[in-house]
Design a protein around this ligand. Structure first.
Ligand code: AMP
Length: 191
């Protein structure tokens, strides 16, 4: 299996690139953010609880997210691989993902880190906020999300680079340029 983690700050283009990767390489796209937004839209109890974290730019607690990811993966049998978008976001989630994949005799193949400068991230998120209707795409929440990213998520870069799995992708070009860089890396891995 080809198991990809797509990694990056909020606004780095993870969702957009994941959709393109999942189409080209026939991988199962697992987006924890999309799953949470679907729960919010359906107004479930879980969705309401999740939104109280999301709208503040905070992370949902690890135990909750790890259980949800386990559920999502159990439902997907016989796939060629996964693209994990928005998970893991903490070292604890990274370790949990390794354990989950191990149960299937699998592992993370590669981690694609989308590198985008902070000013550009803020611009992109505020622009997206004008159309997305997301409770977290506004100036107040952006700052909290970037802090959470630096403090809780970014340490994962070290976690994966120690395993020689981290590949940095320049994320500031056009959608197609970024996808081209990603494809080059993935084609090399597939051989
Ligand atoms: P995203 O669409 O990936 O940017 O996620 C939007 C928001 O959902 C994040 O800012 C978090 O509040 C929450 N979220 C998504 N994925 C996770 C995760 N793996 N762990 C904790 N919170 C998450």
């Amino acid at each position: 299996m080809l198991n990809i983690v797509i990694f990056g700050a909020p606004g780095s283009g993870k969702g957009t690139q994941s959709t393109k990767i999942s189409e080209k390489y026939a991988l199962e796209h697992i987006s924890t953010g999309d799953m949470l937004r679907a729960e919010i839209k359906a107004n479930t109890e879980f969705g309401k609880k999740a939104n109280s974290y999301i709208s503040k730019g905070h992370l949902i607690p690890d135990e909750v997210m790890i259980d949800k990811l386990d559920d999502l993966m159990k439902k997907k049998n016989g796939v060629k691989g996964f693209i994990f978008d928005g998970f893991p976001r903490t070292i604890a989630q990274g370790k949990a993902l390794d354990e989950m994949l191990e149960k299937y005799d699998e592992k993370v193949t590669v981690v694609l880190s989308l590198e985008v400068e902070e000013d550009e991230l803020v611009d992109r998120i505020l622009k997206r906020g004008e159309i997305s209707g997301r409770s977290d795409d506004n100036r107040e929440t952006v700052e909290a999300r970037l802090n959470v990213y630096h403090n809780q998520t970014e340490p994962l870069k070290n976690y994966y680079s120690e395993q020689f799995k981290l590949v940095r992708i320049p994320g500031q070009g056009t959608i197609d340029e970024v996808f081209e860089s990603i494809s080059t890396v993935l084609d090399r891995i597939i051989g």
